[in-house]
Design a protein. Structure first.
Lengths: 509, 232
């Protein structure tokens, strides 16, 4: 910085310190681009966190209602059957998608090094998205919902959301199209593809579902295809884009293998659209379709293993950083859960497992495994990384971050555990004809009571996260030259020293 | 890089072709089955109150906890549980949009709930007026408050589908016959609203037990005793 100031004062073109001066110009441009993009990203993150807190409250209410059906009265507005899909929509379209779009926008602006027009359209887009979602939810609560997973909201409210989505997508893809020539980074490919895939999927699924002559089980096939794309081509792609960006950024190392990264991308692209249908195993859908879906789901082990190996080898020698870096702790935990959730997803698709676990709470647990422990953890990591760069303050308190991490980790861990146990009781209960229906519900009741505690932990963790976020927006964060660490980096290195010495040789080789 | 946009478009389109368009092409060729002996047609496109009840079923979010599919015998105990006389197949649903297959069973399957003797009438033929009346009354009470009929049920009560009103003159013939602990205050009665009538009409219309060439019914009808016992 001082070198650059000198050249400015002396009026000479940069010569001796040209390298450092170029660095300074680059940093200045970066700061400008960050400032331009700050407001839309902040708005998307704020929306995401408001929806997340709203979801946490609903999730808590729903967990209670499942064991005490009379809780909150017997009115139509708060009936379980309406509240449950609304909660799912708030989680996926409200929290997860807003956080994903905010992260994608920021990562894209950073990587493309270009400013395309004004991000004003993103602000309007976000407003449309949130408005469409809100009135869609109210309409569903009032009884206008549709019976299609992830497409429950009335089609007109989805249209409002889609217009907003299109505005955001056009801006993000515009950044990519107008970037300086170069090979591009893997996160950019994932982000551009995710936006196009979700846009196409939303259009195709909604138009197909609205055609009056389309009747019969094909409507369920269409819905399941969309649900598979929604998880695989939207959330998984956005989540992996963030992981591929954050791990090298925080550890200061390059991605281990670019070849593996591309192999993972293209196998994901061609396999994930086929994975949605296995939930109807043994049902009235042609068996060949189901078998195709089971085979495709099993083959997803290829992209999953490729991505897992690539992330792991990049991380080798840097795992100690998870001890002190909030971003890395959340992101790497999420990336590990991507592998784990993919393996359980493959297991659940097999007929030998799904004749018990299919159509039970175990399937709900699997959705949380993908959308929370993988995707949401990565998003938390991204928000912890990006926020200080938006508001130019560091996070207020390491204690609050730790509370959020452990609240979320225990909350979701227990949710998944209890739901899986409840699901296995439920599934085996339904399969034994001697057990009466009420008994099946009673068998699942004990673990379902546990999910109330889990939902409370999630609510507490998210409330702390929201408060911390508000403090950051109010610029009450620390003014510091280094990030808010969860522990001292040097002490952390010592803590893991023995392990590092063992693995270091492998990493360097 | 020049393969990027065509590549992601191809990945999407191939998936859509294989998962939606080809199945649509195959499934749209289904015709109703006409029995050569009796000239009976199945399935029929339900109209009237049962079809309106379908909208109430969707609006109330019943699908969040109930499926409408009897799985094949190699996938779970649906048939053993006598949720239907046979597995359900694509033809059963050819007139429904969207189909209400469901993905989670918090409660029992409802694919053929109209053919199940939940009320324990013991009648061999559930299509008679008397049997239908008894079944309808069971469903009304069960929807009004499931815990009247099964104290440990975790199903929500659908009280907003009913009206509590003062008895003026003769009590209504539709008024629910509730046990004293759940009865309204003296001089009042609980009557189903039109939505409740539609929903019960729909539930009673649900019957996918008709034998089809691709899925033969195991028995002509589920034994009433077993069905009644499983319901409570």
């Amino acid at each position: 910085m001082s070198a650059s100031s000198e050249t400015v004062i002396s009026g000479k073109p940069p010569s001796v310190s040209s390298a450092r001066s170029a660095d300074y110009v680059e940093k200045l441009a970066l700061a400008e681009r960050d400032a331009a993009i700050a407001l839309p990203v902040l708005l998307l993150f704020a929306s995401a966190i408001i929806w997340l807190v709203g979801w946490s409250v609903l999730n808590f209410i729903l967990a209670i209602k499942l064991v005490s059906p009379g809780f909150l009265g017997d009115g139509s507005f708060f009936t379980y059957g309406r509240l449950q899909p609304v909660a799912t929509n708030i989680f996926t379209y409200g929290w997860a998608s807003c956080a994903g779009m905010g992260t994608a926008l920021w990562v894209m602006a950073r990587l493309c090094r270009v400013r395309v027009g004004t991000p004003f359209s993103v602000l309007i887009g976000t407003a449309f998205w949130n408005t469409g979602l809100l009135i869609g939810i109210i309409a569903t609560q009032a009884g206008a919902g549709r019976a299609l997973k992830y497409l429950e909201l009335p089609v007109w409210s989805q249209l409002i959301m889609f217009l907003g989505f299109a505005l955001i997508a056009i801006y993000v893809i515009g950044l990519f199209v107008h970037r300086p020539p170069g090979p591009g980074f893997i996160s950019q490919f994932y982000i551009v593809a995710a936006f196009l895939w979700l846009g196409w999927s939303l259009l195709a699924a909604n138009i197909f579902a609205s055609l009056p002559w389309v009747r019969g089980v094909i409507t369920a096939v269409n819905g399941a295809w969309f649900a598979g794309n929604f998880q695989g081509l939207w959330f998984t792609a956005l989540g992996l884009a963030a992981v591929y960006y954050l791990i090298p950024k925080v550890t200061g190392k390059a991605i281990h293998s670019y070849y593996l990264a591309h192999l993972g991308f293209w196998t994901l692209a061609f396999l994930y659209p086929w994975t949605g249908l296995h939930q109807y195993n043994g049902g009235p859908i042609p068996a060949w379709l189901m078998t195709l879906s089971i085979v495709a789901t099993t083959l997803t082990i290829v992209p999953v293993a490729t991505v897992a190996v690539n992330h792991h080898v990049t991380m080798v020698g840097s795992h100690f950083m998870m001890h002190y870096s909030p971003t890395l702790r959340f992101t790497v935990a999420g990336a590990m859960c991507y592998t784990a959730s993919a393996v359980t997803g493959i297991l659940l698709a097999q007929r030998s497992v799904s004749h018990i676990a299919g159509m039970s709470f175990a399937g709900v647990a699997q959705d949380y495994f993908v959308l929370y422990t993988f995707f949401s953890f990565v998003m938390f990591g991204a928000i912890y990384f990006i926020m200080p760069r938006l508001v130019r303050r560091e996070w207020v308190s390491a204690q609050l971050i730790k509370f959020h991490f452990w609240g979320a980790a225990y909350g979701i861990g227990l949710t998944i555990l209890f739901l899986t146990v409840a699901g296995l009781f439920q599934g085996s209960g339904w399969n034994s004809a001697v057990i009466r229906p009420v008994m099946v519900a009673q068998m699942a009741e004990a673990p379902l009571r546990g999910t109330i505690l889990a939902a409370f932990l999630l609510l507490a963790g998210h409330a702390v996260f929201a408060v911390h976020f508000i403090l950051m927006v109010l610029r009450m964060g620390q003014v510091s030259s280094e990030p808010t660490y969860l522990a001292s980096p040097t002490a952390s290195y010592g803590y893991y020293e023995e392990e590092e010495q063992e693995t270091h040789g492998k990493g360097a080789a | 890089m020049k393969h990027f946009f065509p590549g992601i478009l191809a990945a999407f389109l191939i998936g859509w072709l294989g998962q939606v368009l080809l199945p649509y092409n195959a499934l749209s060729r289904i015709d109703p089955f006409v029995d050569a002996d009796t000239n009976e047609i199945y399935p029929v496109n339900v109209a009237g109150i049962a079809n309106q009840g379908r909208d109430v079923y969707i609006a109330s979010g019943c699908i969040s906890c109930h499926t409408q599919q009897v799985r094949a015998d190699y996938m779970g105990g649906d048939l053993e549980r006598q949720w239907g006389a046979r597995r359900t197949v694509a033809r059963d649903y050819m007139y429904e949009a969207p189909v209400l297959l469901g993905t989670l069973r918090v409660g029992p399957d409802l694919a053929s709930v109209g053919a199940r003797d939940l009320a324990g009438t013991g009648e061999a033929d559930l299509s008679t007026m008397v049997a239908q009346e008894k079944l309808a009354r069971w469903h009304y009470i069960h929807l009004y408050n499931p815990r009247i009929l099964s104290p440990d049920s975790n199903m929500p009560a659908y009280k907003w589908l009913f009206e509590e009103r003062e008895i003026k003159g003769q009590p209504s013939v539709n008024a629910l016959n509730l046990p004293p602990a759940f009865a309204p205050k003296p001089g009042y009665e609980i009557v189903p609203k039109p939505d409740a009538e539609k929903l019960v009409g729909y539930l009673l219309s649900l019957n996918k037990n008709h034998s089809l060439p691709e899925a033969k019914a195991a028995a002509p009808a589920a034994s009433p005793q077993a069905g009644g016992a499983a319901a409570k």
